[in-house]
Design a protein around this ligand. Structure first.
Ligand SMILES: [Zn+2]
Length: 240
């Protein structure tokens, strides 16, 4: 007799397996990140097929098999279909899911991550939404913070003092900003603008509704992209 598990989950990745199977990676409300095998789901006759897919919020039921968790039931609650109508939203959605996949290692329930996923996807799905370009960064930095990698943005990570000069550097290995003096000693890090630090503070301290009202110049968005990429690489390559 197998135990049946039932929960609500958001599908962030799917891969074909064998002739007609698929593996879904799902962040669930009650068990955190899980991988489930859906047998025969690519067959047209499959009852599960219309109920679960990438970017779906579905009620799922599964059992723990010898190797895989097996999906035995699914019911779609929300398809977020608007985000599929725009290439830009779709590419942000994929990028967001990539961060989710790479940064979360084990199976662990986390209410904050669950709420963050819903906040971001509900927002991405809305018709009128102007600051789409910042949504991914919002997700990435919030997720990194929840996972214990919130960057220090007020005090220098080298000397613990508030940087006196405006010139500061971001150093992923040190865990945040470093001042000019520490930079000349450590010799690692990227110079960042005051505007970049301001926007990062907003991302970390405010919610998405607030962030939507912020007008970010293209230059600072570019800078944000670079810093986010280097922090993402640091977190994934160093297995922290
Ligand atoms: Zn310093």
């Amino acid at each position: 007799m197998f135990l049946r598990y039932r929960t609500l989950g958001f599908v962030f990745k799917k891969e074909d397996k064998g002739e007609a199977d698929q593996i879904f990676k799902i962040f669930t409300k009650d068990f955190g990140k899980v991988e489930v095998l859906a047998k025969g789901i690519r067959k047209i006759s499959s009852k599960l097929r219309p109920q679960i897919d990438i970017f779906y919020l579905s009620e799922i039921e599964f059992i723990q098999g010898k190797i895989y968790k097996r999906l035995i039931g699914a019911f779609c609650v929300e398809k977020f279909k608007n985000l599929r109508r725009s290439f830009k939203r779709l590419s942000i959605a994929y990028q967001t899911c990539e961060a989710l996949d790479k940064l979360i290692k084990g199976e662990e329930k986390d209410e904050r991550i669950w709420k963050l996923i819903l906040e971001v996807f509900i927002s991405l799905d809305k018709e009128k939404f102007k600051v789409c370009s910042l949504v991914y960064f919002y997700f990435f930095w919030k997720l990194a913070s929840i996972l214990g990698h919130k960057p220090e943005l007020y005090f220098c990570c080298g000397c613990q003092k508030r940087p006196e000069l405006k010139k500061v550097y971001f150093n992923p290995g040190e865990g945040g900003i470093i001042c000019q003096t520490c930079f000349s000693r450590i010799k690692q890090g990227e110079e960042v603008s005051q505007n970049l630090i301001k926007i990062l503070r907003i991302i970390l301290e405010k919610n998405l509704e607030f962030l939507k009202k912020v007008k970010a110049r293209e230059k600072v968005v570019e800078e944000l992209k670079e810093i986010s990429n280097s922090y993402f690489l640091f977190l994934t390559q160093n297995n922290v």
